[in-house]
Design a protein around this ligand. Structure first.
Ligand SMILES: Cc1ncc(COP(=O)(O)O)c(C=O)c1O
Length: 385
């Protein structure tokens, strides 16, 4: 059976063409640790790791590669920022479309006296930025939110939110899981304090590599959660206070960084504009087809200008899990069903607790695949399977 991968919001597949080759090159021909050796292998690995910090700085229009910190994924980045920064009595603002990567650490911190407000988004998942003004208090320290929803693709007006954060002197942390590599993100233009990223989605890299870019001012206020060997200041009993070492204890995922390096070069070469245009074309085609199908409810903005390549569908005549099973089993179409680690988002959309079937397109999908998926949805919704 032919297989069509429409689960790119979970992780993109395939990866950028040169990713695997770059990882194999490191494992088979380089092999050294970074910052821990005074030999060729270590220097070669170190130069690629540094170049990857430079590439990320270029992609996100950031001024200092040394303030690019590597982690395993965006969940780890967000945990390090929230748990290293917030103290009892601090107040945080999030939106009702957040992923559990934001909600769960904050819920856990709320047991230690951190307060947070969840601002209600509309039925398409969009937050009116002006609402934020009503919720900022003297103890509000941070706004953390996703750039776009992983359930509906809804893109937030982060430019305005960044302005509000600047005016009100509140740190602004962006979860770019669904937008990095696809939408333009300019660190300073958006007034970001931290930009958390994950390598395996729109950045087209491997799993197990992520990180964050951070301003000096914000980094100075964050305690490292993990301390240990950095290859620097080994004579000191204490963790170095400079970046990126402050937050990078232990051996990095160097094969992952080699893969990410190749992926970002691929993205910079093609350009985010072309990547976004292709994804818009695919999503537009899909929306035009599925919006004409009876017995399904299409969630989200339903307009490619306001969303990424993510469309959630609620089947009316058949259980969503059954529909996702049929899509995979009968037609070879891979989607993701359920709550997508975003229960708050589904509550906002009115699809909690049953969830939706999520179709998420990527750079390597084709119009023909989109048409085929829409035809299969029609058959399932109209009991023709
Ligand atoms: C908006 C959003 N935030 C956070 C995450 C977590 O990403 P990771 O599993 O790479 O840490 C995801 C992944 O689904 C996401 O879509």
């Amino acid at each position: 059976m032919r297989r069509i991968y429409l689960d790119n919001a979970a992780t993109t597949f395939p990866k950028a063409p040169t990713v695997a080759k770059s990882m194999v090159e490191y494992i088979e021909h380089i092999g050294g640790n970074v910052g821990r050796g005074t030999h060729f292998s270590s220097y070669t690995a170190g130069s690629v790791v540094y170049e990857t910090r430079e590439l990320l700085s270029k992609l996100f229009v950031f001024d200092d590669p040394m303030k690019v910190v590597f982690t395993m994924n965006i969940t780890q980045s967000i945990n390090m920022i929230l748990k290293g920064f917030l103290k009892s009595g601090d107040h945080v603002i999030i939106t009702s479309m957040e992923h559990n990567a934001v909600l769960r650490p904050l819920s856990s911190l709320s047991k230690e006296g951190v307060q947070f407000d969840v601002l209600q988004c509309d039925e398409t998942g969009f937050l009116n930025p002006e609402i934020i003004l009503k919720f900022i208090r003297p103890n509000t320290k941070l706004i953390i939110m996703s750039h776009a929803s992983n359930v509906t693709g809804t893109i937030q007006n982060i430019k305005r939110i960044g302005q509000i954060c600047k005016e009100k002197n509140v740190y602004f942390c962006l979860d770019s899981a669904q937008t990095a590599g696809v939408l333009d993100i300019d660190f300073y233009d958006l007034n970001l304090s931290a930009l958390a990223f994950t390598g395996h989605k729109g950045l087209l890299g491997p799993q197990g590599i992520g990180g964050f870019l951070i301003s000096t001012e914000f980094a100075n206020e964050i305690k490292p959660l993990i301390e240990g060997g950095t290859g620097s200041l080994s004579e000191s009993e204490f963790q170095p206070s400079f970046l990126p070492d402050k937050f990078e204890s232990g051996t990095l995922n160097i094969p992952g960084i080699f893969g990410l390096n190749a992926a970002i070069k691929y993205i910079l070469n093609i350009g985010t504009e072309e990547i976004r245009n292709k994804e818009k074309e695919l999503t537009n085609r899909f929306l035009n087809k599925v919006l004409n199908i009876d017995n399904i409810n299409v969630l989200g903005p339903k307009n490619v200008e306001f969303q990424t390549a993510v469309v959630s569908i609620d089947f009316k005549n058949i259980d969503n899990s059954e529909a996702a099973f049929l899509l995979d089993n009968q037609f070879g179409i891979m989607t993701r069903v359920g709550l997508h680690c975003a229960p708050l988002a589904h509550k906002t959309l009115g699809t909690f607790p049953k969830g939706t079937v999520r179709f998420s397109f990527g750079h390597f999908n084709t119009i023909e695949e989109v048409d085929y998926a829409a035809d299969c949805i029609y058959k399932i919704a109209n009991s023709q399977v």
